[in-house]
Design a protein around this ligand. Structure first.
Ligand SMILES: *Cc1c(COP(=O)(O)O)cnc(C)c1O
Length: 243
């Protein structure tokens, strides 16, 4: 009985959170005269059990993001038992030795953070007979603790990656530094947005700049105001991660 009511309560909270997030996305978009339908909501499902993930999918989530290959593979079967199936993106740092495990199991790799990783994805994709869509991760705050391309080096990196077979660049992704104010966060989101437009304008062969993946639970409204069209939300939807 105890267990049961805890589960029901959490399902109810997720539904409530989902509605709040959808309303906030709409409000942020409209505040800068953007169409809210342009903005895709990803549920970040790291540490979240399949029962809650399936609940989110049945509420309307059609895209999930997982950080770790092993964790995703352990949950995949259960998630995909759901009648409605989500698109799946890898959003965490991906080790080259894990690429072969997910090359035909995910729809996109958002955390492409080096040319070395791109070469491995290319090799594995060609072998598997697929083309892997990727987002190039930019270390927009130039933080030592984070992976991703330096903003000054990302364009050269993209020219190099664009030459590879089996891989298709679809946009950029970033995780800016933790900020104290919306104004501070918006400076980073403006910077990635400008980079996104600059690269798009170059019309590089085999590069199809469509997705700007920026904004998480703490800062998605700021990101939307600066042009993000994919927000990655974990804790604001599922609750704080305690492990
Ligand atoms: C965990 C994570 C998120 C979601 O973070 P929240 O603050 O819980 O919304 C988004 N993107 C990446 C890359 C993450 O690792």
């Amino acid at each position: 009985m105890q267990e049961r009511s805890f589960l029901d309560e959490r399902l109810r909270i997720i539904e409530e959170n989902y509605k709040v997030i959808k309303a906030n996305i709409e409000k942020a978009a409209l505040s800068v005269n953007r169409n809210p339908d342009e903005i895709r909501l990803m549920a970040v499902t790291k540490t979240v059990e399949p029962i809650y993930i399936k609940h989110a999918i049945n509420l309307g989530i059609d895209l999930i993001g997982e950080n770790r290959v092993q964790e995703y593979l352990s949950k995949e079967e259960e998630i995909m038992k759901n009648e409605k199936k989500p698109e799946v993106h890898i959003i965490g740092h991906l080790q080259t030795n894990k690429v072969s495990k997910i090359i035909d199991k995910v729809d996109m790799i958002e955390s492409l953070d080096s040319v070395k990783l791109a070469k491995e994805i290319s090799k594995r994709a060609v072998k598997a007979g697929v083309t892997m869509p990727v987002l190039v991760e930019v270390n927009i705050g130039r933080e030592e603790s984070k992976t991703g391309f330096d903003p000054d080096e990302v364009i050269d990196g993209i020219y190099e990656i664009a030459e590879l077979e089996g891989i298709k660049i679809k946009g950029l992704m970033c995780i800016p530094p933790v900020c104290d104010s919306e104004k501070e966060a918006m400076a980073y989101f403006d910077a990635i947005s400008k980079l996104f437009i600059d690269i798009k304008d170059k019309k590089i062969d085999n590069v199809d700049m469509q997705i700007l993946s920026a904004g998480m639970s703490q800062d998605y409204e700021a990101a939307i105001k600066c042009g993000s069209n994919l927000v990655r939300i974990g804790s604001a939807l599922f609750g704080a991660r305690i492990y």
